[in-house]
Ligand binder design. Structure first.
Ligand code: SF4
Length: 408
């Protein structure tokens, strides 16, 4: 789709994080560090996705409100600046739930069933009953989360690209169904009647393939066909058919683009990906003595039974952390020392412990400040929630008018 000037001026991004607990170093290096960078380059809306937490954790949801606030406190401690971005809690902006409901009226069930994470998560979380309406619809709730703010970009990792794609499809369908001038379809058909029947039939085929299956090649073919027939049409008629093809009589919900975030599988204490479900985490603001104790207990290359046994860093989870935290000099020292049995594992772990503690030091200091002033955190969240609600309410009003359930 051709981007207009206002599209290009739009520097807004939206992203959320499911409320699952306190932030750990895996969350920090995986998503949060990227948000901290993006806040200097874009207009950012970041939210704690507490309703999303309910989709998989509805049976153990007590305390979610307090956890959402603590999660946001961690974000700010890590470096998110409330002056640069809006940081709020999803359920504080009820328009998320309302737009989700309205979009559910036009979203085919099959679109949700084919989202790759639907079956994947059901299999992974087999200890929970996820045969629920809320779980099936959570990618659509994500679409509502995004579309409410009309962002240009959504920063996501590879595994979430299909959710942004669904969002684009939903927006396209919404714009196609509700975004046109009165009698737009009749007017477009009247223009089609002016071109020869074979070309009109071909145009309808391209339109269906693009509108119903998102087939971009069909969109291109349709545009080429319009260029061929343009000589016999007025500029207005050609514009009308182009709008008809693109499904944009008037775009109410712009399609966002993916801002791909490099995947980072931050290693946990056991070498698997750091995750609360594997119980292998270091909290963002964990006390230094606890960090040291956890790293000292980390498993190493099983071949190093005795101090004199040489090891292979590639078989050691500590090495994976070294590669993130240590400079080339330390890496060379650890690598050579391990392979030659020149250093012991505790010795090898010492500079890693120092680096992690040094990274956490300013975060712990900021966290302490916020802890001393809980009203400040409440104020930050309330202010951002008000601002987010204003933006969301404007979009929702447009959506309701377009759908005919509110007066213009
Ligand atoms: S020396 Fe270091 S890299 Fe080698 S096994 Fe021990 S902790 Fe791992």
């Amino acid at each position: 789709m051709t981007l207009t000037k206002s599209d290009l001026d739009n520097r807004r991004i939206v992203s959320g994080m499911r409320v699952t607990g306190r932030i750990h170093l895996g969350n920090y290096h995986g998503a949060l560090k990227n948000w901290i960078k993006l806040q200097h380059e874009y207009e950012c809306y970041f939210f704690a996705a507490d309703i999303h937490a309910l989709t998989t954790n509805y049976e153990h949801s007590a305390g979610t409100a307090a956890l959402s606030r603590l999660m946001i406190r961690d974000w700010i401690a890590a470096g998110l600046d409330p002056k640069l971005c809006k940081i709020f809690i999803q359920s504080g902006v009820p328009q998320h739930a309302e737009l989700h409901l309205l979009l559910s009226m036009i979203t085919p069930l099959s679109w949700l069933e084919r989202v790759p994470t639907y079956k994947d998560q059901q299999e992974k979380l087999d200890d929970r009953d996820l045969a629920t309406y809320g779980f099936l619809g959570y990618p659509l709730l994500q679409s509502a989360d995004i579309l409410l703010y009309k962002p240009r970009y959504v920063p996501v990792g590879e595994d979430q690209v299909s959710h942004v794609e669904l969002t684009r499809e939903v927006a396209r369908r919404f714009n196609f169904m509700f975004g046109r001038e009165v009698d737009f379809q009749e007017k477009a058909h009247a223009v089609l009647a002016k071109i020869n029947k074979k070309q009109a039939k071909l145009f309808s085929e391209y339109l269906n393939r693009y509108q119903q299956q998102g087939d971009l090649q069909a969109l291109q073919q349709g545009k080429e066909l319009l260029t061929q027939v343009a000589a016999n049409l007025s500029v207005t008629d050609k514009e009308r058919l182009t709008g008809y093809l693109e499904g944009r009589g008037r775009i109410i919900l712009p399609e966002p683009e993916v801002l791909l975030t490099k995947e980072s599988k931050f290693p946990g204490l056991d070498g698997q990906k750091m995750s609360k479900s594997y119980n292998n985490t270091i909290a963002l603001t964990e006390a230094p003595e606890s960090v040291a104790a956890k790293i000292k207990k980390m498993p190493t290359d099983p071949a190093r039974i005795k101090r004199t046994d040489p090891g292979d860093p590639e078989k050691c989870p500590v090495w994976s952390l070294h590669k993130i935290y240590s400079d080339s000099q330390v890496l060379d020292w650890a690598n050579n020392g391990c392979r030659s049995a020149g250093i012991g594992c505790l010795e090898c772990k010492a500079p890693l412990i120092d680096s992690i503690i040094a990274e956490q030091k300013p975060m712990i200091a900021r966290e302490k400040e916020l802890e001393r002033d809980p009203e400040l955190l409440q104020h930050i969240i309330a202010e951002a929630t008000d601002a987010a609600r204003d933006t969301a309410a404007r979009t929702l009003t447009e959506v309701k008018i377009a759908m005919g359930i509110a007066d213009a």
